[in-house]
Write a protein that binds this ligand. Structure first.
Ligand SMILES: Nc1ncnc2c1ncn2[C@@H]1O[C@H](COP(=O)(O)OP(=O)(O)O)[C@@H](O)[C@H]1O
Ligand SMILES: [Mg+2]
Length: 266
């Protein structure tokens, strides 16, 4: 089961949501792989901390190495599992980002490697029960590759009015991508993140989106400083603060996702 977490708006919670859902999935005993397609590498940093650049040069890091071997003579030699790293957490695995993803993008795009991630993940389906893909805040080669490779799309939404406009353009892009590349991609739902129930505007905004028929998960995520602490300490919430309110919300959201698995898996 492959999920992509995407919104082309930055700072909406893609990385936080990807990592925390995946960490819960792993804690529940599911072999879980996180793929970090954002050149900023926030997910990589969150889950494994600083990478030793001497031991792992940029071109040897996870996603970059995977795409590298699709170009030229080293075509798809290694099993994609060779690019997966362990994390400090049981059952949780990571295909890390790399600082050279931006430099590689033009070549991959011009050589039409947009289906290569999907092909690689086809080979990993046996190895992992759940795959969560974190994306950059752009509709670029990497996020498109992820949307083509995934069965489900989870969209983080941060409740400001600019977010709404970007949500509509996101939906347009998704419809086009479904038509052109991946008719099986389901828009599983929108995650309301950093929801403030005290303020009037966020509630109204969410109600309007619901009236427009957009799929919104029942569980809303609150804003909490625990999230920042969790990033700083490289410890997902389920590990850092298992009984915190925000962790409970993530557990509830994860339960909603798990309830959908049978339907989405085909
Ligand atoms: N529920 C939350 N409560 C508090 N801070 C949050 C929450 N979700 C995300 N953040 C913070 O917002 C910032 C952006 O989140 P991030 O997950 O990196 O978004 P994206 O990956 O979409 O850019 C980070 O500093 C993160 O710690
Ligand atoms: Mg991010």
């Amino acid at each position: 089961m492959r999920r992509v977490v995407f919104n082309q708006k930055g700072g909406v919670g893609k990385t936080s949501i990807t990592c925390n859902l995946a960490a819960i999935s792993a804690a529940m005993g599911l072999r879980t792989l996180v793929i970090d397609l954002d050149v900023q590498g926030n997910t990589t940093h969150y889950l494994v901390g600083e990478i030793d650049a001497e031991a792992y040069p940029a071109e040897a890091q996870g996603v970059a190495a995977l795409f590298k071997q699709t170009v030229g003579s080293r075509r798809m030699a290694a099993n994609p599992d060779a690019f997966v790293w362990e994390t400090p957490y049981e059952n949780l695995y990571l295909m890390p980002s790399s600082p050279i993803l931006t430099a590689m993008e033009k070549e991959l795009e011009s050589r039409y490697k947009i289906y290569k991630l999907r092909d690689a993940l086809d080979k990993l389906d046996e190895e992992y029960d759940r795959i969560y893909i974190d994306t950059p805040p752009n509709f670029n080669f990497y996020s498109k590759s992820a949307l083509i490779a995934a069965q489900s799309l989870v969209i983080p939404f941060d409740c400001d009015s600019f977010a709404r406009q970007s949500l509509y353009s996101l939906m347009d892009n998704i419809v086009e991508l479904q038509e052109d590349h991946n008719p099986d991609l389901a828009v599983e739902g929108i995650v309301i993140n950093q929801f403030n129930s005290q303020a009037r505007l966020p509630g109204e905004l969410v109600a309007e989106l619901q009236e427009e028929g957009l799929p919104i998960f029942d569980t809303y995520l609150s804003a909490s400083v625990k999230m920042r602490e969790s990033h700083r300490d490289h410890r997902p919430l389920i590990d850092l603060a298992p009984s915190h309110k925000l962790t409970a919300q993530f557990l509830a959201l994860h339960e909603e996702l798990e309830a959908n698995v049978k339907r989405l898996k085909r």
